[in-house]
Design a protein around this ligand. Structure first.
Ligand code: FE2
Length: 317
């Protein structure tokens, strides 16, 4: 594995030094990078070292004070944080520790990990609001859970227009939506047609109801290898035109060479390397834990899974 280190005079927007273990090191020195240019370089690198760090980003945090860093994670994996100042004295080492960024069954990874897809979908006429979705997480008990959110980025045959559907399909999709509304009422029809859903059936089955309807099952073969099988579902009375659109939709994101799956696979591999770090004993999955109504991009569904897992693993203890 090659290890790419970026050294820059500019400061990372996060104010953090990030490093990942690897064998071969390839060091790049790029002074003067700023803003988007800097972030783009960081995303290509396994490590970022900023040379100017001493009390430049902010004043020192003194005893009894606190400071909260807010930053966007750009990909999962194992990282570490390390702050220091005044290289010549005892505060040089500062505080340091590991950061594990997961790519679990969450929805908050979607806008960043799948940015390429959103660029494509919005560029092809998809709803911009898809980047500011609303939605909820639902605990279905016994480890089962669901998340749903709207508006979708891509089209749904039942029944929401979006890429990769051609413009000529808009009126037909709208007609389908109205028929569903007549049959099921407005509220239920809206939920059926305009919300994407992921249903997690404990322990190893997921139904994705989004740009395509897909059933996925996963079987761990060993502690570091999982086999996943996916089936794209179709209606029994599907027309040849619908079949073409459905398969196009499926392959656009969820297919093995689509916008989504290769990025997810790469990041899951990265997580897997991170999980090998035995010093990190806990994963924090508390996002939204205090919210009365957890959102789709909280971690309710992950807690539902692991609580059930824990129940089963500790039976009789
Ligand atoms: Fe993903």
């Amino acid at each position: 594995m090659n290890f790419r280190v970026l050294i820059t005079d500019s400061l990372a927007e996060s104010g953090l030094v990030i490093l990942r273990a690897a064998s071969d090191v390839d060091v790049l020195y790029k002074p003067g990078l700023k803003g988007q240019e800097l972030l783009a370089e960081v995303a290509q690198s396994d490590a970022l070292i900023t040379r100017s760090g001493t009390a430049v980003t902010q004043d020192a945090v003194l005893a009894g004070q606190s400071y909260t860093y807010r930053f966007k994670t750009f990909r999962p994996g194992l990282f570490w944080y390390h702050s220091h100042m005044a290289p010549s004295n005892e505060t040089f080492a500062g505080m340091y520790g590991p950061i594990v960024i997961e790519n679990n069954i969450d929805l908050y990874h979607v806008p960043t990990v799948h940015k390429r897809y959103f660029d494509y979908a919005i560029g092809a006429g998809g709803d911009r609001n898809t980047l500011r979705r609303i939605g909820r997480g639902i605990d279905l008990h016994n480890g089962h859970a669901a998340v749903e959110s709207t508006p979708p980025a891509g089209g749904r045959l039942v029944a929401y227009w979006g890429p990769p559907f051609p413009e000529s399909m808009r009126s037909d999709i709208e007609l389908r939506r109205r028929r569903i509304e007549e049959r099921f009422g407005r509220e239920r029809a809206e939920q059926m047609t305009q919300y994407n859903r992921n249903l997690i059936l404990f322990p190893n089955l997921i139904i994705n109801d989004a740009i395509s309807v897909v059933i996925r099952s996963s079987f761990p073969v060993s502690e570091d290898y999982v086999e996943i099988t996916a089936w794209a579902l179709a209606g029994v009375d599907e027309s040849p035109e619908d079949r073409r659109l459905r398969l196009d939709s499926f392959l656009t994101f969820l297919g093995p060479g689509g916008f989504g799956t290769p990025d997810d696979t790469e990041l899951l591999e990265s997580c897997q390397r991170a999980f090998a770090n035995k010093e990190v004993v806990w994963s924090d999955i508390s996002k939204g834990a205090k919210r009365e109504h957890p959102r789709h991009d909280d971690e309710l569904q992950i807690r539902a899974f692991w609580r059930r897992w824990n129940e089963l693993m500790t039976v009789g203890e």
